[in-house]
Design a protein around this ligand. Structure first.
Ligand SMILES: [Zn+2]
Ligand SMILES: [Zn+2]
Length: 239
């Protein structure tokens, strides 16, 4: 099976979250998830091989997505597959009333064959027990991971906060830190559930390591700090 395929990716709908990690609510911000389009480096953007991740659109977001598709010289009929990171209402297929009707075949990455070999699903529970990320190598050789709400956005990541309105248990919070730790080890770029892409840099890892001891129940997930130290060392060595 071919595993060396590289992929193009584009954010079609920029995600946002009115609730801030400091518990303030910014009413001017629309609650919407990040929608990512992934398609193979070889060939055109075409139905069979274009995967839309978390296709839940707001009206404004759908307009933005349509414009971004057009800028790629493509349209909705060129997008044929969908992948949902987790079954929360703000991530499953949702089109605004009157939108161009799109029909998407679910993409199950358990045993992907060409043209979608090389898309890797990884179970990253905590935020949701079924949360599954989609990872791939992009056309610049970077390890990219579409993380869904395993990472809400960069501010929530830096604050080591979890989406507390969902009333998570201690076990789920510890799982969340473990999942974030694995993402930070594996990825060069993380596409979060509700924000723009986050580059995994030495500076980010240092800040996260500094703040981690203040995360809730961090004492039960000390291995996460060890993973981040390891990743930091490998970035320093230029690996
Ligand atoms: Zn969610
Ligand atoms: Zn969400």
């Amino acid at each position: 099976m071919i595993r060396s395929l590289r992929y193009h990716w584009a954010i079609l709908q920029t995600g946002a979250l009115p609730l801030q990690p400091d518990r303030q609510v910014d009413e001017s911000v629309e609650h919407r998830c990040t929608v990512t389009l992934i398609w193979p480096e070889a060939g055109l953007l075409e139905r069979e091989a274009a995967v839309l991740v978390d296709p839940c659109f707001t009206e404004a977001g759908f307009r933005q997505a349509s414009a971004r598709l057009a800028a790629l010289d493509a349209g909705w009929p060129d997008v044929g597959r969908s992948f949902v990171t987790h079954p929360h209402a703000d991530h499953v297929l949702c089109l605004p009333a009157g939108a161009f009707p799109i029909w998407l075949e679910p993409f199950y990455p358990d045993d992907p064959e060409p043209p979608l070999a090389g898309l890797v699903a990884r179970h990253r529970p905590g935020h949701h027990p079924l949360l599954t990320t989609l990872a791939f190598t992009d056309t610049r050789g970077r390890a990219v991971c579409v993380a869904g709400d395993a990472v809400l956005d960069e501010a929530w990541l830096r604050a080591w906060e979890y989406y507390w309105p969902n009333l998570y248990t201690r076990e789920e919070i510890v799982q969340t830190w473990a999942s974030i730790g694995r993402l930070l080890v594996d990825a060069d770029v993380i596409i979060p559930g509700h924000g723009p892409p986050v580059a995994v840099t030495e500076g980010l890892l240092r800040d996260l390591l500094e703040a981690f001891p203040r995360a809730r129940h961090a004492e039960r997930a000390l291995y996460v700090a060890e993973w981040l130290e390891m990743r930091l060392a490998s970035l320093r060595d230029g690996e």
